[in-house]
Design a binder for this molecule. Structure first.
Ligand SMILES: Cc1ncc(C[n+]2csc(CCOP(=O)(O)OP(=O)(O)O)c2C)c(N)n1
Ligand code: SF4
Length: 288
């Protein structure tokens, strides 16, 4: 029998051709997913990618791995259940800023608090793309959109700030066309134990304007070499930036993830994975 061939980025492509608009940042994001999976040598049958609804949430269809395209805003609860029952799988969640920090905001906070062992790829275009250009919670104040014709009257949410405030143990920011930086961050996020949030700015050229790359590129900065990623307050200083966009791993903390904590509590209760109790026995133990 011949030895298995090393995996290459193209091995993770499916036959489906992305239907994103030409120039959409999401093309860059999926390309970095192919590269990161290949770099980590993760066999497709050991990876699951889940999403909600949105242009960005189409991503699982383009990656040769297990995939699930669920309900708007609800990818994280599904991912939590999957990881809890199949801890051997590498679980990624992909989706838009609307999906993640608007309708799905409650799940985002609790996944962070519980340090659920998934990588969350938040494809942040600062707009609702799929529904054709309404303001998202990430849309900057004052911007005109289909739902804010006179300018957005609200202050935006910064997903990294929300993740840090909610207790996430890995928080990073990247830009979709920065292949090298994004692959490095994604590999580190996937290797991290616990909830790893990657807020990737992924321009919507159709509803945020085709000048998005010209707008963002001069603002991109790498984290300074002396940044201490264990310093939460230092990480917070890179949130809500206006004149620049600092990319890199803002925050990283070693704390047991949900899977490890679950194993500890189960072992303490005498749970034997080889002989799991029946549901009836479990219910009876609560309501004798
Ligand atoms: C429960 C529910 N509410 C609203 C919608 C309509 N809807 C679909 S996608 C979407 C927002 C898309 O924006 P985002 O999540 O940021 O993803 P993008 O399309 O920008 O990638 C909305 C409001 C829906 N499908 N289901
Ligand atoms: S509408 Fe925007 S987010 Fe959706 S595919 Fe087009 S450019 Fe991308």
């Amino acid at each position: 029998m011949s030895a298995p061939q090393p995996l290459r980025p193209n091995d993770y492509k499916t036959a489906l051709k992305p239907v994103w608009c030409p120039g959409c940042g999401d093309f860059g994001v999926v390309a970095t997913v192919y590269r990161a999976l290949a770099q980590l040598r993760l066999p497709p049958e050991k990876v699951a990618i889940l999403s909600g609804i949105g242009c960005s949430s189409r991503l699982p269809g383009y990656v040769a791995a297990y995939g699930f395209n669920g309900v708007h805003g609800r990818a994280l609860p599904v991912a939590t259940g999957l990881k809890a029952s199949r801890p051997d799988l590498t679980v990624l969640v992909a989706g838009g800023d609307g999906d993640g920090v608007s309708i799905g905001a409650g799940h985002f906070q609790h996944a962070a608090r519980r340090n659920v062992d998934v990588t969350y790829l938040l494809m942040d275009n600062q707009i609702y793309g799929l529904t054709k250009g309404q303001a998202a919670p990430t849309t900057p104040s004052g911007d005109k959109t289909k739902s804010t014709l006179y300018g957005n009257p609200d202050p935006p949410v910064d997903p990294c700030e929300l993740a840090l405030a909610s207790g996430a143990t890995f928080v990073a920011r990247s830009f979709s066309s920065d292949m090298k930086g994004q692959v490095e961050i994604l590999c580190a996020a996937i290797a991290h134990e616990g909830f790893a949030v990657v807020d990737v700015i992924s321009p919507c050229v159709t509803f945020r304007g085709d000048d998005q790359y010209d707008f963002w590129k001069p603002k991109l900065r790498s984290l300074p070499a002396d940044h201490d990623p264990s310093d939460r307050m230092a990480a917070l200083r890179y949130c809500r930036e206006r004149e620049v966009l600092t990319t890199g791993i803002l925050y990283r903390e070693a704390r047991p993830g949900l899977v490890a904590r679950q194993q500890v509590t189960r072992a303490a209760a005498g749970y034997d994975p080889a002989q799991p109790p029946s549901v009836a026995a479990l219910v009876h133990s609560f309501y004798p």
